[in-house]
Ligand binder design. Structure first.
Ligand SMILES: [Zn+2]
Length: 352
């Protein structure tokens, strides 16, 4: 599938193991996988055994699995060219209490695994699950392929994304959202950022409120990491928090677009598309907009996971640098050096 005439975006997806990013982004059903060595295919989530994922087919087993995001290769053992499926590894280190009504709370990990595996084996679906997986013959020395399922030629294209949204009843996105997704999709930004922006627009960012809705109970502090005064919901985290507002204010001050859009409007990606008539300016503003939400998310994660302190200047510098990098890599006509971009973002490199 990964041929020279594929879109750059698609090539990046297949080369960079981004498939796991699709699990929650509405994309996983759009690919089928030709599993070879299984290194880039998610065991539970990807479509590699028929038309349904193993997660959908064997929900009970998926719930009991202790490694839900493993690759197919993680449960494959190779020995002199022969393969073995080590399916019990999917339940290793399981919480024995799940399987034994609380009776085994003090068991060691080994014992817990034993009980977990025994419980799994006791399920009526276990033999069918083993037979399904065992019927598949992987190829040790070949890389996995991915096939875009939507259009007949199996080529990935922007128009096929449009078709999914137009045709599929499972997508219930309103028209204006689809237009925003299309605008974002056509920006020449790194694939990982596109996936993030896609999730952002369809409200699948794993913010604390989203995780709580999904039943994650390990979140001790539900508040915004920036101000500590408000529950972390997406609208607050990215737009309404007074700390984050400073970032937006600095950035649109830097862009010099105060006269065109007021602060509230600038927050809305859709309004930019309507109000900024100059296509060159619009493109740059769109890219900066995506860089802003990305850098806010990175800062939020650094505070939570690395204990870093918030610094508005750091976030703003990152936004200016990243947007310049994306423009320089994605648009050959954009030839501004960093200093020019920093000084006069909208007037440098007039045509892109
Ligand atoms: Zn806040």
């Amino acid at each position: 599938m990964s041929r020279n005439d594929d879109s750059i975006w698609w090539r990046d997806i297949t080369k960079n193991n981004l498939i796991d990013d699709f699990v929650d982004s509405g994309f996983s059903g759009c690919f089928s996988c030709c599993c070879k060595n299984g290194k880039n295919i998610l065991f539970w989530h990807s479509l590699w055994l028929g038309d349904q994922s193993l997660r959908e087919l064997y929900l009970d087993l998926f719930d009991m699995s202790t490694i839900k995001n493993c690759a197919v290769a993680d449960v494959l053992i190779w020995n002199n060219g022969k393969h073995y499926w080590e399916l019990e590894a999917l339940f290793r280190g399981g919480d024995a209490t799940v399987f034994s009504d609380g009776a085994a709370t003090d068991f060691s990990i080994g014992a817990a695994t034993f009980i977990a595996v025994a419980a799994v084996r006791g399920l009526s679906c276990w033999p069918r699950f083993c037979a399904d997986v065992n019927s598949y013959i992987p190829i040790e020395l070949e890389k996995d392929n991915f096939v875009w399922r939507i259009n007949p030629g199996k080529e990935f294209s922007v128009s096929s994304v449009s078709n999914i949204i137009n045709d599929s009843k499972s997508f219930v996105w309103p028209t204006h959202l689809f237009i925003l997704l299309k605008v974002m999709w056509e920006l020449k930004i790194p694939p990982k950022i596109k996936v993030f922006a896609w999730r952002f627009f369809i409200e699948k960012i794993p913010s604390k409120d989203e995780l709580l809705k999904r039943g994650v109970t390990s979140i001790l502090n539900k508040d915004c990491v920036f101000c500590g005064n408000h529950p972390e919901v997406i609208s607050h985290l990215f737009f309404n928090c007074h700390v984050v507002k400073e970032i937006w204010k600095n950035m649109y001050g830097w862009l010099g677009i105060k006269e065109v859009l007021n602060g509230v409007n600038f927050l809305d990606f859709g309004v930019i598309q309507d109000k900024v008539k100059n296509a060159n300016h619009r493109l740059k503003i769109n890219i900066v907009w995506i860089a802003i939400i990305w850098c806010i998310w990175l800062m939020r994660n650094s505070i939570i996971f690395k204990g870093e302190a918030f610094c508005c200047d750091v976030v703003c510098s990152n936004i200016i640098f990243l947007s310049w990098r994306w423009l320089s890599f994605g648009y050959s006509k954009f030839s501004a050096i960093y200093y020019e971009w920093f000084k006069l973002p909208l007037s440098c490199s007039k045509a892109i």
